[in-house]
Design a protein around this ligand. Structure first.
Ligand code: FAD
Ligand code: DLZ
Ligand code: SF4
Length: 518
């Protein structure tokens, strides 16, 4: 029989390890739209549409290139509903001598995959996903014996390994590894970015959109504004536009937020990178080229490269290093339900309302919105990590557990107790006011500390600090804040705590069924 090559929805890469060196007349590629993947959480409608459309386009491209592709659509009446079930059916159809598959990105799927060798009477080969720069062995080696894992040091290893932005003497380009101090510009009045390319749904995408509306119509999110790249060519066009028009300002405004400006100078390439349509290392080389050609400043280019060979590689290594217990981690013992407004957007807090609107309309929010508005609120309010994790996994078109979970559990919620982040990213309204124009359009005031009209982030911040004093006082990056707290005196402290508690008491928890089917 032939070699059967299953390709999962986030493996849409032409030189995937399992295709390399294969001959077309001896290979059957298997692609599967399956119910289990579409519903293990109730993904945003745009996320399902994006993945199905990209899968269908990729299958078509492979066929055009002469491969035989066996593709199960969701609506196929014989569809077994799971990867394992569909591979079983394909083995019956094709009688392969070998099943060759690239390891899954997610723990859940990899567990199933590891059963295949026992379940199926044919040889199974699980290949390493070499689309990542750092192997798991390398990461584990690096992490071994370190009490705290810090991205910054890992990142330097990746710079050396790839040679990206390195000067000839083995020193970092420009003399420093990191130019973040130049990358914290608040938005100036009227800050707006060039329009990014939106890709009109073609007939394939339209069909998928109809399918999603019919089968997943009650999932979160809007489909009306679908404009994601669904092919490698479109993704390249999106990357071209970023390198031509936005990378210059990427660094300085990386942490800025402007109401109604959903993309600013971000690349908007995460969906394409995570699907496999774009090669992360190639993007970094293009960024470096822009710098060397004098088209973009070092602080922007270094910032972009760090997000990709630093953060992206680092969270993936961290995920596999910490699974499966990362899923259950809850170091701060946070037990509150996720507020209903995360799903409806109905809140008086203008910053949260805008971030949730963008999330619903675009299946996207940029990093600082995910971190310092949506994440910060969940941290301060003490929302249960499982519910926050589910939300992030549902709502973002770029969300796969390997990248979502470390960012949510470890980065925003400190649920790992500080293995990933040196301190909780807790901030009061002052930070959001400095980095955005949200507060000008809000019923609350960031300068009001407690009581009627006070920005809820202010009392929540102190409530958080006070309730975790025992743990955080030991932290050299945050411990000093308690001197400020103690100087306030009891009455002022009581004001803060009472305000926070009154606010928390009024928070309506989400009704069941938004994130998972009952
Ligand atoms: P840019 O700002 O243009 O950044 C360039 C690229 O760097 C991104 O495309 C992405 O590939 C990478 N990157 C940047 N930051 C990170 C990071 N923290 N972790 C991993 N990669 C990063 N990113 C996802 O791809 N999927 C997720 O599910 C996801 N969940 C997140 C949850 C939280 C709580 C936070 C704080 C961040 C999360 N991120 C996630 C990271 C980041 O927010 C998105 O990658 C980014 O917003 C995507 O938009 P962009 O392509 O315009 O990014
Ligand atoms: C996220 C997702 C969805 C919604 N649907 C499918 C699908 O039907 N078929 C598929 O191959 N992949 C899908 N995916 C992406 C997978 O969840 C992702 O490839 C794995 O979880 C990675 O381990
Ligand atoms: Fe957000 Fe507070 Fe500013 Fe309102 S005042 S937009 S709640 S930070």
């Amino acid at each position: 029989g032939p070699v059967l090559v299953p390709i999962l929805g986030d493996q849409l890469t032409r030189d995937l390890a399992s295709l390399r060196g294969r001959t077309k007349d001896d290979t059957v590629i298997l692609m599967m739209e399956v119910w289990d993947e579409a519903t293990y959480v109730r993904h945003h409608k745009q996320k399902i549409a994006l993945i199905f459309s990209a899968m269908r386009h990729f299958a078509e491209e492979l066929r055009d290139a002469g491969w035989s592709v066996d593709y199960t659509e969701l609506g196929n009446p014989d569809n077994a509903g799971s990867f394992t079930g569909e591979v079983a059916r394909a083995i019956e159809r094709h009688g392969p001598r070998l099943v060759s598959v690239v390891e899954a990105g997610e723990w859940r799927v990899r567990q199933d995959m590891e059963q295949w060798a026992d379940k199926f009477a044919c040889e199974i080969e699980i290949l390493r996903d070499d689309r990542f720069i750092c192997t798991q062995a390398e990461f584990d080696d690096w992490a071994q014996d370190r009490k705290e894992l810090r991205m910054e040091f890992f990142y330097r290893e990746m710079r050396r390994k790839t040679g990206l932005l390195m000067a000839e003497d083995g020193k970092p380009e420009g003399g420093a590894w990191n130019y973040d101090s130049e990358n914290r510009k608040p938005p100036k009045e009227g800050l707006a970015a060039p329009e990014r390319p939106k890709f009109e749904p073609d007939t394939v995408t339209q069909e998928v959109i109809e399918l999603v509306e019919a089968r997943f119509g009650d999932h979160f999110g809007s489909l009306d504004t679908f404009g994601w790249p669904v092919t490698r060519d479109e993704a390249e066009e999106a990357a071209d536009a970023f390198f031509a028009e936005r990378i210059e300002c990427f660094g300085p405004y990386q942490d800025a937020m402007v109401a109604g400006e959903d993309d600013l100078f971000h690349s908007m390439l995460s969906t394409s990178i995570n699907l496999g349509l774009l090669d992360p290392l190639e993007l970094c080389r293009r960024a470096e080229e822009a710098y060397r050609a004098g088209r973009a400043p070092l602080n922007s280019v270094e910032g972009f490269v760090r997000q990709i060979i630093g953060w992206r590689e680092y969270v993936r290594g961290f995920y596999w290093h910490q699974m499966p217990h990362l899923q259950e981690a809850n170091a701060l013992n946070a037990q509150r339900g996720l507020p209903e407004f995360y799903w409806t957007g109905e809140t008086e807090m203008a910053c949260l309302a805008d971030c949730i609107r963008s999330t619903r309309d675009n299946a996207h929010a940029h990093h600082i919105q995910r971190l310092m508005v949506l994440g910060n609120f969940a941290l301060l309010a003490g929302v249960n990590p499982r519910e926050v994790q589910d939300w992030y996994l549902v709502v973002y078109a770029d969300a796969y557990e390997w990248v979502e979970l470390p960012n949510v559990a470890a980065m925003i919620l400190y649920a790992d107790g500080g293995k990933l982040a040196s301190k909780p990213y807790a901030a009061s309204g002052n930070y959001i006011n400095k980095m955005s124009n949200y507060c000008a359009g809000c019923t609350y005031s960031p300068s009001k500390k407690t009581g009627e009209g006070a920005c809820p982030f202010n009392p929540l911040y102190w409530h958080f600090m006070d309730r975790h004093r025992e743990r955080l006082e030991q932290n050299h990056r945050i411990g000093r804040i308690y001197a400020t707290w103690d100087r306030m005196g009891e009455e002022r402290q009581r004001d803060y705590l009472d305000s926070a508690e009154a606010f928390l008491d009024r928070l309506e928890p989400a009704r069941a069924g938004w994130a998972r089917n009952g």
